[in-house]
Design a protein around this ligand. Structure first.
Ligand code: ZN
Length: 80
């Protein structure tokens, strides 16, 4: 691990990882979107992104709409 590389925390499992190894997302009202470059963002690790239970937990936590939940699940599946 190199010095001075930013470390961020996964919001689902709270593991700290290099920022570049995490998925950066953003909350917009009751939706989750890929980070737009503006505003507050949060991070998800790849292990959690492939964990159905964790993803469902996030959907509940952010009170996502049905459409957005579907998009979110699909988006994470396609990341790998
Ligand atoms: Zn995680």
């Amino acid at each position: 691990m190199q010095k001075n590389e930013p470390i961020r925390m996964c919001i689902a499992c709270r593991v700290r990882q290099l920022q570049k190894d995490l998925i950066r997302l953003q909350q917009k009202g009751n939706s989750i979107v890929p980070y737009t470059g503006r505003g507050r963002s949060f991070y998800l690790c790849y292990i959690c992104s492939q964990d159905e239970k964790k993803v469902k937990g996030l959907i509940k936590r952010f009170k996502l709409s049905t459409d957005n939940s579907k998009w979110f699940v699909k988006y994470l599946k396609e990341l790998e």
